[in-house]
Design a protein around this ligand. Structure first.
Ligand code: AMP
Length: 279
């Protein structure tokens, strides 16, 4: 395990010197099978695989769960190792955000829609920390989960805009048997909320099925999505939207590549999920 930016840079330098392709999996820890699937993908594509574990204060708003976010470094280290990770980078705050830091990365427009609307500043925090991780690690390729669809699209845009030279790979969402997307925040759910939460995936699937049978009007698809979620009394919808799968701009006519995205509260857990229409 490495904790300083300098030691991380040295490791990457040595790996590159040895001719290895460097893969980075950025996370906030509390690892589950979703995170491990990213390591496995990285392992398959790269000679050197690093995972960062950093609960980034910049991406949490006031009143959000920064302090209570689940942290379990020892279990994480064992899991990462078992999935084939070569190195954990677990920096303290000062290694990422030096005291007095005042530099931020914004991906304008894309950061203010969907989750950005209810979490102002969140994606500025995400883009900033990922830019810093890329600068420290200098990976050839970085792996992200499609579960956080807005995040990976914003990072892709940032990577292009800043010419960072990192290939961005988006990996499929890993789910429980009942369809619930794995998330560190699922730990907040009570038993009843846990039973209710798969409604998100069910609603997305219903809307995608409707689109597959020929419905292109996103207003109708979203009505079905919202109604399905509303049928679950423990769910409180934050948003349900249909957007372009690359730019995140709203679309009125659904087609291949349209992203249906939802966020809803179950008790104190705010969960997100999405589906991309294939036709
Ligand atoms: P987090 O630790 O929640 O910030 O997530 C770290 C990375 O794991 C992000 O790229 C997430 O999109 C990804 N991830 C989280 N949950 C899942 C999941 N259920 N399936 C696939 N990737 C995931």
């Amino acid at each position: 395990m490495i904790v300083t930016a300098q030691a991380m840079q040295d490791w990457s330098h040595a790996a590159r010197g040895a001719g290895k392709r460097i893969g980075l999996v950025p996370t906030m820890g509390a690892l589950h099978r979703g995170h491990l699937s990213l390591i496995e993908r990285a392992r398959a594509e790269c000679g050197a695989v690093a995972m960062s574990i950093y609960v980034n204060p910049l991406q949490f708003g006031p009143g959000e769960d920064f302090r209570t976010y689940p942290r379990d470094p020892e279990k994480d280290a064992a899991l990462a190792d078992s999935a084939g990770c070569d190195l954990l980078f677990v920096p303290p705050d000062k290694e990422i955000h030096p005291p007095g830091h005042r530099t931020f990365v914004e991906v304008q427009g894309m950061q203010d829609v969907l989750c950005g609307r209810s979490r102002p500043g969140h994606f500025r925090g995400v883009a900033t920390v990922v830019a810093k991780l890329f600068t420290i690690v200098r990976p050839d390729v970085a792996f992200f989960g499609e579960k956080d669809a807005q995040q990976v699209r914003i990072i892709r845009r940032m990577e292009r805009d800043l010419h960072l030279g990192v290939e961005i790979v988006s990996c499929p969402t890993v789910r429980e048997a009942d369809g619930l997307a794995l998330s560190s925040r699922n730990a907040y759910l009570t038993d009843a909320e846990r039973r209710a939460a798969p409604v998100l995936h069910r609603a997305l699937r219903a809307a995608a099925d409707r689109a597959r049978s020929g419905e292109t009007d996103t207003a109708r698809l979203l009505a079905l999505l919202r109604d399905t979620i509303a049928s679950e009394p423990l769910a409180r919808l934050d948003y349900a939207e249909a957007v372009d799968g690359e730019t995140l701009e709203p679309v009125t006519a659904a087609g291949p590549g349209t992203l249906l995205a939802v966020a809803a509260w179950f008790g104190r857990a705010r969960l997100i999920d999405n589906i991309t229409l294939i036709r």
